[in-house]
Design a protein around this ligand. Structure first.
Ligand code: DQA
Length: 141
């Protein structure tokens, strides 16, 4: 499986950023762990704080022939019609992942504009959410 893993704003600060919510592992720790779990798959990782770059990364996944995408749009989940439109235009299965349980947090985080345009949303399972999303893409994507 060729899977693109795309992470949005402030996820490059994982490990230092609100560790009581997001844990003590860095994005690089999670990347290395996922690579070990999915040794037979071709994973490609991208992170940006910029909405336009995330949109370009989604279309690049399609253009490069990926089998699926895992997207953690971070705060853009709750605000970005631009990302939601891009997801609707994409011909690839996308699973949205949130490390924290967005349904157990502030009201504004409970709605995800982008999640509505994905196959599904995994939330609250920490790094295991990324692994579950890969497993879904492998079996059903
Ligand atoms: C997040 C949840 C979002 O509400 C938040 O803005 C993030 C991270 C998560 O992975 O739990 O930046 O997407």
């Amino acid at each position: 499986m060729r899977i693109h893993v795309i992470n949005g704003p402030s996820l490059d600060r994982l490990g230092k950023r609100e560790p009581e919510i997001y844990g003590r592992e860095s994005l690089e720790d999670i990347r290395q762990w996922l690579e070990r779990q999915c040794a037979g798959d071709e994973l490609s990782f991208f992170q940006s704080a910029l909405e336009g770059q995330l949109i370009e990364a989604l279309f690049r996944a399609e253009d490069e022939g990926a089998d699926g995408v895992i997207l953690n749009p971070a705060s853009y989940s709750h605000t970005s019609l631009a990302l939601a439109d891009a997801l609707s235009a994409l011909h690839l299965p996308v699973v949205e992942v949130h490390l924290s349980n967005i349904h157990g947090r502030e009201e504004i985080r409970r709605r995800t504009l982008t999640g509505a345009c994905c196959k599904g949303v995994i939330s609250g399972l920490g790094k295991f959410g990324y692994l579950a999303a890969i497993e879904y893409l492998r079996r059903a994507g």
